[in-house]
Design a protein around this ligand. Structure first.
Ligand SMILES: Cc1cc2nc3c(=O)[nH]c(=O)nc-3n(C[C@H](O)[C@H](O)[C@H](O)COP(=O)(O)OP(=O)(O)OC[C@H]3O[C@@H](n4cnc5c(N)ncnc54)[C@H](O)[C@@H]3O)c2cc1C
Length: 550
């Protein structure tokens, strides 16, 4: 009898990750991408399959390997990956998660792609790094039309070609970015990498780059957007791994980082020894040029963290529905139900804001209000959703008890991966300072943000009261009297909560919206998850969140 296994939940496999996520499905339809439903269901079924989950686990178990030199001592500068990693990237590229909206003008294309990333990221977050960077790089590349004309067709191709060959010989290409140096990541103006023109220089011109980058993720990408100091100032370059003559560019990988998580993804340290690159945009316009890319990667940080929260909720509600303690299912124990409901509320709020944000990216520059909204809302959401993900993952892990602490459950990987979106693409403080900057420099973004909140006015008295107080502080916090930096986190947090609240009271499930307003907006709440007030309909919230496997 000692080997009889009882009271252990079945594995959560063989389900549709998309269709079983009511909050995501509703958001996709609401934000204009209902036409993508069938494809998302297909991707959702794949993401929930045993095969895909095994790819995710394997790609993280078998970390990428750096080969600096070949056996004869010649530079090789190649990273090799476990086949599971290539499977993951293949699916992502075949579904256009790396570029589809740039080739597909349909309204809702960015929302559809964000939802796809949300679904597929649940299998493994690491490999979405080059996927996200490629998607985002197009926005910056378009600043230099002839470079965009050369590279965009390669990037938009739905073919992943991992061979270490010149991009011109491959079926498809991926792009990374390298900004961070040893002496500074947030403060990129301290970059020391030098760029010397080989001829006349100028936009699209050729330069030789000499210097280093302290973080360069997905180093097997075919090209990188790089910041370097040109004679005129900090500038943005496109640096290919291979040169037009078929020789390798002077892009020398020194080592790979030994990271907390994100293990399926390689992050290298790299040196450029006279590497050839082409200028994107004007000299000295490096930050405004690459910020086009950074805006999109920040959107993906929000999407990725929202996806992680959904995975956490799916695992926690599943496990507790299938395990009993003290005479009944864990999920039926009132205190566990309170924890699950609180986690689900956080996850739904993150999902709603991620997809709403993606719609702002759909609207493009032609829609002034959406552009202005996007400017502020991206930073606000990036700060808060990414910040919440780590605490959320830790609490969801605890719902699985000791099983959650064991690698096979997937929860340790989720927890390890969770802090990263809060660090890269602007760490928490830097993002909060960016919000203050946006408020001071583009008052239109404040108006657009407040107008979004106004859309929800009258739906819930707690929301209205919260926004009335926030409005005063936001208005006094931009323009001449910029809010003191030390208070920026609290202000941005309140802005994020107001935005999430606005979306939930307008569109959310009534029980979720009620719990959100009572806890996050009216303060009837403690400091840990699981402290929702007694009046909340926790059972309805948990039932909605729990994946149902046929
Ligand atoms: C796994 C991983 C992969 C990465 N991949 C890439 C990549 O592919 N390409 C790339 O370019 N970079 C990459 N990065 C680097 C990442 O973007 C930087 O680590 C990040 O921007 C922060 O820069 P930093 O590490 O130099 O920290 P710092 O800039 O030194 O910041 C340290 C802390 O100080 C805070 N801070 C900074 N300025 C202020 C201020 N004025 N007031 C208050 N607080 C402040 C920050 O918020 C942060 O918490 C990667 C990082 C990781 C962890």
């Amino acid at each position: 009898m000692t080997h009889e296994v009882t009271n252990q939940p079945p594995a959560l496999v063989g389900y549709d990750v998309y269709a079983e996520d009511a909050a995501l499905v509703e958001a996709v339809h609401r934000e204009g991408a209902g036409w993508a439903d069938d494809e998302l269901r297909g991707l959702g079924r794949l993401a929930g399959s045993e095969q895909a989950q095994e790819w995710g686990a394997e790609a993280n178990r078998q970390a990428p390997v750096l080969h600096t030199h070949d056996r004869h001592g010649r530079r090789r500068d190649e990273v090799t990956y476990h086949p599971a990693y290539h499977e993951l990237v293949t699916v992502a590229v075949e579904h256009g998660l790396h570029a589809a909206p740039w080739a597909d003008g349909r309204p809702g294309a960015h929302v559809a792609r964000a939802a796809g990333l949300f679904v597929w990221s649940s299998v493994d977050m690491g490999h979405t790094c080059p996927i996200s960077m490629t998607y985002s790089a197009v926005a910056s590349l378009r600043v230099q039309p002839e470079l965009a004309a050369e590279w965009e067709p390669r990037l938009a191709a739905r073919a992943y070609d991992p061979r270490f060959r010149p991009a011109s010989e491959k079926a498809g290409a991926l792009v990374g970015m390298a900004m961070t140096e040893k002496q500074g990541g947030s403060d990129v103006r301290s970059n020391t990498t030098r760029a010397e023109p080989t001829g006349g220089g100028g936009p699209g011109g050729e330069y030789r780059l000499t210097g280093h980058k302290w973080f360069c993720s997905a180093p097997m990408c075919d090209a990188f957007l790089v910041l370097a100091q040109a004679p005129g100032g900090l500038s943005c370059f496109l640096l290919p791994r291979w040169l037009p003559d078929g020789t390798a560019n002077a892009f020398h990988l020194q080592r790979l980082k030994d990271k907390l998580g994100n293990r399926s993804n390689a992050s290298g340290e790299v040196e450029f020894q006279g590497a050839l690159a082409r200028l994107v945009g004007e000299e000295a316009r490096g930050v405004p040029t690459i910020i086009e890319m950074v805006g999109h990667t920040r959107l993906d940080c929000v999407v990725g963290s929202a996806s992680a929260m959904r995975l956490a909720v799916a695992q926690a509600t599943w496990h507790t529905a299938h395990r009993r303690a003290f005479g009944r299912e864990l999920a039926e124990q009132p205190l566990m139900r309170a924890v699950l409901a609180d986690l689900a509320v956080e996850s739904e709020a993150a999902t709603a804001v991620a997809l709403r944000l993606a719609r702002a990216y759909d609207a493009g520059t032609g829609d002034a209000r959406e552009s202005a909204f996007k400017r502020l809302a991206t930073a606000v959401a990036k700060y808060w959703v990414c910040k919440r993900a780590t605490t959320h993952a830790a609490e969801a892990l605890e719902c699985l008890g000791g099983n959650g602490y064991v690698e096979d459950s997937g929860m340790p990987r989720l927890l390890r991966d969770s802090p990263l979106n809060g660090i890269w693409e602007g760490s928490g403080n830097v993002i909060c300072l960016d919000v203050l900057r946006a408020m001071a420099r583009s008052p239109g973004s404040v108006e657009a943000f407040l107008a979004e909140l106004d859309e929800a006015a009258g739906a819930d008295a707690r929301f209205d009261a919260f926004v009335t107080r926030l409005r005063v502080d936001v208005r006094s916090g931009h323009g001449e009297a910029a809010a003191p930096e030390a208070g920026a986190r609290l202000l941005v947090e309140r802005m994020a909560l107001a935005l999430q609240g606005a979306l939930l009271v307008r569109h959310g499930h009534p029980a979720v919206a009620d719990a959100f307003c009572a806890s996050r907006l009216a303060g009837d709440w403690g400091s840990a998850f699981g402290t929702l007030s007694a009046g909340v309909d926790a059972a309805a919230i948990v039932e909605r969140a729990r994946p149902k496997v046929a």
